[in-house]
Design a protein around this ligand. Structure first.
Ligand code: DGL
Length: 263
């Protein structure tokens, strides 16, 4: 296997990072992928930075043991708390989600009022606020933690008939809408699984998905390092989880629209 044929390693706490896997499969079809969902420790969003950094290091080491050529942190919470340490300790290209999503939100907003929903730990880190302002200094950023969403999404409650999910989204996003935001960042890679509900509830607000926004950053980085897989052969995705596999296979497969087998 040539170096460029090596897989991209992608990790998240659970199902959320599959939004990045889906984007890579659709747009970079020759790339091989090794995905790790740290389902044993999900949700990350209510853990401390120290705990999340330990999980993120274990995930990185696991992916490196599988021979990956680059790592995509498909988790805003791990990006916010641990990316710097990962970059310091591992000699491999590492791409996060916060910077690409912030750049996109800064580009999209017309009234310079951007909302962010994310996990409690990601909001507490202030990473989105800092990063969006680094792209658009006079932007006002309004952030809200959305703790109920990840457990609901992991449980597969992603349909508009799932009233708990709809009510939680209204509860978290309405105060941001009342601040007059014209752009909302779904600052957790799980949230695009409820994109359709958010769009239906708040049709006039631009929505930025953190996972898919990272795709062009990943592509650009691999290209600049001469690491793109140009084999012309359809890539393969392999899935690993640290905990229970059955819910992951069921809900993840539904989301990706293909059957997946967790190991
Ligand atoms: N999907 C993750 C994120 O982007 C983590 C969510 C969680 O485990 O709380 O933040």
């Amino acid at each position: 296997m040539s170096f460029n044929d090596k897989p991209i390693g992608i990790f998240d706490s659970g199902l959320g990072g599959l939004t990045v896997v889906k984007a890579v499969l659709e747009n970079m079809p020759y790339e091989n992928i090794i995905y790790l969902g740290d389902s044993l420790n999900v949700p990350y969003g209510d853990k401390t930075s120290g705990q999340i950094t330990e999980f993120a290091f274990n995930n990185t080491k696991f992916l490196l043991s599988k021979g990956v050529k680059a790592i995509a942190i498909a988790c805003n919470t791990a990006d916010a708390t641990s990316k710097r340490e990962i970059l310091q300790c591992f000699d491999i290209p590492v791409i996060g989600v916060i910077s690409p999503a912030s750049e996109k939100a800064a580009r999209l907003t017309r009234n310079k009022r951007v909302g962010v929903i994310a996990t409690a730990t990601a909001v507490k880190s202030g990473a989105y606020e800092r990063t969006i302002k680094s792209y658009l200094a006079d932007c006002e950023v309004f952030s809200a933690p959305a703790p109920a969403l990840v457990p609901l999404i992991e449980a597969g409650k992603t349909h508009k008939s799932d009233t708990q999910t709809v009510e939680a989204l209204k509860l978290y996003i309405t105060p941001l809408a009342e601040k007059g935001i014209d752009t909302l960042v779904l600052g957790c890679t799980h949230y695009p699984l409820v994109y359709d509900i958010v769009k239906e509830l708040f049709p006039d607000i631009n929505i930025v998905c953190s996972g898919t926004s990272s795709l062009s950053a990943l592509y650009d980085r691999l290209k600049s390092e001469n690491m793109l897989n140009n084999s012309g052969k359809k890539g393969e995705a392999r899935f690993f989880v640290t905990g229970e596999t059955s819910y992951f296979e069921k809900n993840g497969g539904l989301f990706l629209g293909t059957s997946i087998e967790g190991k």
